[in-house]
Design a protein around this ligand. Structure first.
Ligand SMILES: NC(=O)c1ccc[n+]([C@@H]2O[C@H](COP(=O)([O-])OP(=O)(O)OC[C@H]3O[C@@H](n4cnc5c(N)ncnc54)[C@H](O)[C@@H]3O)[C@@H](O)[C@H]2O)c1
Ligand SMILES: O=C(O)C(=O)C[C@]1(C(=O)O)C=C[C@@H](O)C=C1
Length: 317
């Protein structure tokens, strides 16, 4: 599909790309580049590429596709470093979890002779580094591309074809819309997980050994998310600030409504909410992973629409 692909950053996402590119034969040559010499050495031990290059500018020379897979806060510095060496006509993309900030950091640095098309595979785990990658990571998962207004349609089609060959389903959207959607479906859940695990750990008397000993599966699920890479999530919080703050405000409002219902013993309200959220989960399962983005005009969790409520208000199934 591409003669030469340069992977700048070889952590969970970069190494997963290396595996799937190899498996599917999507590149003649895979060039691997990353900031730390130790990580580059590990990538070589894992045989993730054909060429290993510490200098990102050297790594992208003659590449037809350049994929930047670094924490979003480093996107601008990487773009600046690779810009002078990029081949005219190359496609430059990224995988960062925020898009508005990546566009504003990278676009001004890149020459107009390349096709810059930001992207984000909605696939990952709590693990990081070159050992964490696996070829199936993107199987059946969405990859969102956020082209700029003047993006060449042929380059967009080529990049979409690449992600499809990696196993993904591709959607195209505006960077600001991406950031709003991801703030609720990905960023907020991680922030809630970091917070709940932090709160539990602060309660020294009931935690330490007891948190581990009695950890119920609900809490354990939060600890998985809260084990995610601190650098990556620090950068996500700082680089999707507005959308995350907006979602946190809505979340806090809805949490207050829930708190009030508990305080006043409003069982109907609790039952209605829990019935509604169960229906949300069921519709996600029924749709497989084919989940539409939330409709922000309508979706207010603490006040489910009447028609979404089930009449039966007691018992469990
Ligand atoms: N982990 C996930 O679940 C996930 C999912 C989708 C997208 N993403 C996004 O993908 C990107 C990479 O995440 P990851 O999980 O692969 O992270 P990771 O920590 O596993 O890997 C990051 C890589 O970037 C390199 N790096 C860091 N700073 C650099 C710099 N200044 N210059 C060059 N290389 C640098 C590191 O050495 C490492 O190779 C992030 O932007 C993240 O938001 C992550
Ligand atoms: O499943 C996980 O562990 C993830 O954190 C993956 C996840 C997500 O929230 O779904 C995290 C951040 C990425 O930008 C995309 C995917």
């Amino acid at each position: 599909m591409f003669d030469r692909v340069a992977l700048v950053g070889i952590g969970l996402i970069g190494s997963s790309l290396a595996h799937v590119i190899r498996r599917e034969g999507l590149a003649g040559t895979i060039v691997v580049s990353t900031r730390s010499a130790a990580t580059l050495e590990r990538a070589a031990e894992l045989d993730l590429g054909d060429v290993y290059e510490g200098d990102p500018a050297k790594a992208v020379e003659n590449a037809d596709l350049v994929i930047v897979s670094v924490p979003v806060g480093a996107s601008g510095a990487v773009a600046r470093a690779i810009a002078p060496a990029l081949k005219a006509g190359a496609i430059v993309t990224d995988v960062g979890s925020t898009k508005g900030s990546v566009v504003s950091q990278m676009a001004p640095e890149l020459p107009s002779s390349v096709h810059f098309i930001p992207g984000h595979p909605i696939a990952g785990t709590e693990r990081s580094g070159p050992d964490a990658g696996f070829a199936d990571l993107f199987d059946g998962r969405w990859c969102i591309l956020t082209p700029l207004p003047d993006t060449d349609p042929d380059a967009l089609a080529r990049l979409s074809g690449f992600w499809e060959a990696c196993g993904s389903k591709v959607d195209v959207m505006d960077p600001a819309h991406h950031d709003m959607v991801l703030a609720i479906v990905s960023h907020l859940p991680h922030i809630i997980a970091y917070n709940i695990v932090g709160t539990a750990d602060d309660l020294e008397a009931v935690t330490k050994s007891e948190v581990i000993k009695y950890s119920a599966s609900g809490f354990r699920d939060f600890t998985r998310l809260a084990a995610s890479d601190p650098t990556m999530w620090r950068d996500v919080c700082l680089h999707n600030r507005e959308a995350i703050l907006e979602m946190l405000a809505r979340f806090s409002e809805d949490l207050s409504a829930l708190q009030r219902a508990i305080r006043w013993g409003d069982g109907d309200k609790l039952f209605d909410l829990f019935t509604h959220t169960r229906a949300v989960r069921r519709s996600i399962i029924e749709a497989g992973q084919d989940i539409d983005v939330p409709d922000f005009g309508r979706h207010v969790v603490a006040h489910p629409p009447r028609d979404a409520r089930e009449p039966e208000k007691s018992g469990s199934s």
